[in-house]
Design a protein around this ligand. Structure first.
Ligand SMILES: [Zn+2]
Length: 356
């Protein structure tokens, strides 16, 4: 039996720290500058288990997309509860809890800047990628008010745009990432965000001298209910992609348009090799399905309107947070039970490949 999903960031963090302490994990807390929805302090927490001086590490990250961290946190916790704490050989396990703690607490996919972290790891020394067609949809996606009539009107107009662009192109325009509409959806920001800077700094220090690193980044909101799609940030033919397929088999590339996701620019796994040039990195995103894509998008639109034009601290904001939570996690215990085996397979295969 897996412990159910936590109801709040505060509860998730407490449960994670408890599970980590129970196996004698080495813990560090990295404070975020802002406060959470309950006024609580926010942290990225790191728990390490296994040999302290191992050549190889397995890094498991939750909460890149805030709200998606409620599943990631539960999977990390169950992993901690079921691992062998006395293992003295093989890789060190490094659990990074709530990479985007602000988004997790406020039940948002984005961070404190309305930025999608997985669109923020572009090369900021270059012009940002263009997504000119997004401008045609910007006011429809995030209108200035969200009455029932607004929702009906804009949804009809968006359905019309699907007729014009086709479904695949529409997904690409909306989800591929955009840098011109700061209150819009899938916004990449204007420079490296707090979590971006923290991760780059942490990873470059932690991975210095590490020979091989497996990275597992946990996501929700795309694909069939309870199914974990394995998404690669590398292209077929690259050595990292070959390793991902050898270790985990059923891998699709974010770059070839065949995956459950749009082709994405600026996801952090694609940038991870740059954090630690001397480390051989084999990364994978597990993307767990929840509800249908329209329901997910509607929740993101409601959230974006609330934060652009409403009051996230008002009582009526609770309904929007509930809507977002329901789109990105399923509190039915059967969903969590369905999600666990894929995680276990991925983590076990990494442990075997990096074994002594
Ligand atoms: Zn995600």
């Amino acid at each position: 039996m897996i412990e159910p999903l936590s109801r709040s960031y505060v509860d998730a963090r407490a449960a994670f720290l408890e599970a980590a302490a129970a196996v004698g994990a080495r813990l560090t807390a990295h404070p975020h500058p802002l406060r959470g929805v309950q006024g609580e302090e926010l942290f990225v927490d790191v728990a390490e288990v296994g040999p302290a001086d191992a050549d190889d590490v397995i890094v498991v990250v939750s909460g890149t997309h805030g709200v998606e961290g409620y599943l990631g946190s539960a999977l990390q916790r169950h992993h901690l509860a079921t691992l062998d704490p006395d293992r003295t050989t093989g890789p060190t396990l490094v659990f990074v809890h709530a990479l985007n703690p602000y988004g997790m607490s406020w039940v948002r996919r984005v961070n404190e800047d309305n930025v999608d972290l997985n669109r923020n790891f572009v090369d900021w020394s270059q012009p940002v990628p263009a997504n000119t067609e997004y401008a045609q949809l910007a006011d429809l996606l995030v209108p200035s008010s969200w009455t029932a009539q607004d929702q009906e009107r804009t949804l009809l107009a968006l359905m019309g745009a699907v007729q014009e662009f086709g479904m695949d192109r529409m997904q690409q325009i909306i989800q591929g990432g955009q840098f011109d509409h700061p209150t819009g959806v899938f916004y990449g920001g204007t420079g490296p965000t707090w979590s971006h800077r923290w991760l780059r700094d942490f990873a470059s220090r932690r991975l210095a001298g590490v020979r091989r690193a497996a990275i597992i980044d946990l996501h929700t909101g795309l694909g069939p209910w309870g199914h974990g799609s394995l998404l690669s940030s590398n292209r077929p033919g690259e050595a990292a992609h070959d390793r991902q397929v050898a270790w985990w088999h059923d891998v699709t590339s974010l770059d070839d348009g065949e995956s459950v996701s749009a082709i994405v620019t600026g996801d952090w796994l694609a940038a991870a090799e740059g954090f630690a040039p001397g480390t051989e990195i084999t990364g994978i995103c597990i993307e767990y399905g929840t509800v249908d894509a329209i329901t997910v998008l509607q929740s993101l639109r409601a959230d974006a309107v609330l934060h652009a034009h409403g009051d996230p601290t008002a009582p009526e904001a609770v309904a929007v947070r509930d809507q977002v939570r329901a789109a990105f996690v399923d509190d039915d215990p059967a969903w969590l039970e369905a999600c666990w085996p894929r995680y276990q397979f991925v983590a076990t295969a990494a442990l075997e490949r990096l074994g002594p």
